[in-house]
Design a protein around this ligand. Sequence first.
Ligand SMILES: Cc1ncc(COP(=O)(O)O)c(C=O)c1O
Length: 374
Amino acid sequence: MKVYFDNAATTAIDEEVLEAMMPFLKEHFGNPSTIYSFGRETRAAIEDARKTIAQLINAQPGEIIFTSGATESNNTAIKGAVNYLGVERIITSLLEHHCVEYSVEFCRDQLKVETVLVKTDDKGNIDLDDLKNLLASSDKKTLVTLMHANNEIGTLLDIEKAGAICKEYKALFHSDTVQTFAHLQIDVQKMQVDFISGAAHKFHGPKGVGFLYMRKQNKVRSLIHGGGQERGYRAGTENVYGIVGMAAAAKKAYRNLEADKIYITELKNYFISKLKENFNDVDFNGNTDERSLYTVLNVSFPPSDKSALLLFTLDLEGICCSGGSACGSGAAAGSHVVKALGKDENRISIRFSFSKHNTWEEVDYVVGKLKEKL
Ligand SMILES: Cc1ncc(COP(=O)(O)O)c(C=O)c1O
């Protein structure tokens, strides 16, 4: 049996998405920057996709730019806020994805920006009182960057509260919403965010395409220089079939969101109950209640000779899951996120992440194999 429990790393592309993309791989190949009919066709498809994404997050189409993925979107927002919006100070946490963490480090080391870490607890929750205090303690123009759902442990940020705090102190607010866009309702007005990011391959779309939302008052210029595509906000010929696929995947995800959410939540809860039933010393990294993203479960097993090789043993049994933070890699090497929780570092942490394609039988199979192998 093959079980794919690594949907936070990437997801299988939907048939309907592939069908929407195919004409743009075959017939409609025109460069969208050209003025003749071939180019106008692909330009129209891009603008349609822009409207779709904007509508889904309650933004305006002009506030969306298409990128090569979330890594580029997050780099653009963070470095751009320093380079173009006068940010002198960045508040972030120890739990961010490397593309945010290293962008912040770049701003600190190369652009001489002050960086500050907000306190987090042993479940990965952000201390919002500390955020308030940090914002109150300086007059420097500040960017706050805090992810909406942690990709490794699933802990959710109270993003509306965080947004309100940033607004109160006139700070810019960037949130990496890669794991939540198309999995939870996103409303950039309610959340009072200035920047969010998305990547199509996290919601059954194609790889290598994403978007960045930038509030119209706070737009940053292009990270990479070249042509005037994306109205000058992102140089380089657009990934037309990818953009079309991303919009189709997002539309489908939001159409079925409530039903998929209920299904996946029940599956995750079943997995949790089966683990508790079968293992005395099982623990979970991050929240497991409603402050947790329903697609992610990070399980911690006690250390033993067998558990050290667990990911590889599971792979041999056809089970795909993840250890470290490198999405999709088999590395069981210490995760910076789990480390930041202050837990016993000798325990083995495995991230299982789910999609609408997973089944109860798969959970039974995985729990059975864990029992056999641990
Ligand atoms: C929270 C988060 N941010 C950013 C990324 C980077 O996305 P991409 O590799 O598509 O650029 C990922 C996944 O890889 C992620 O889970």
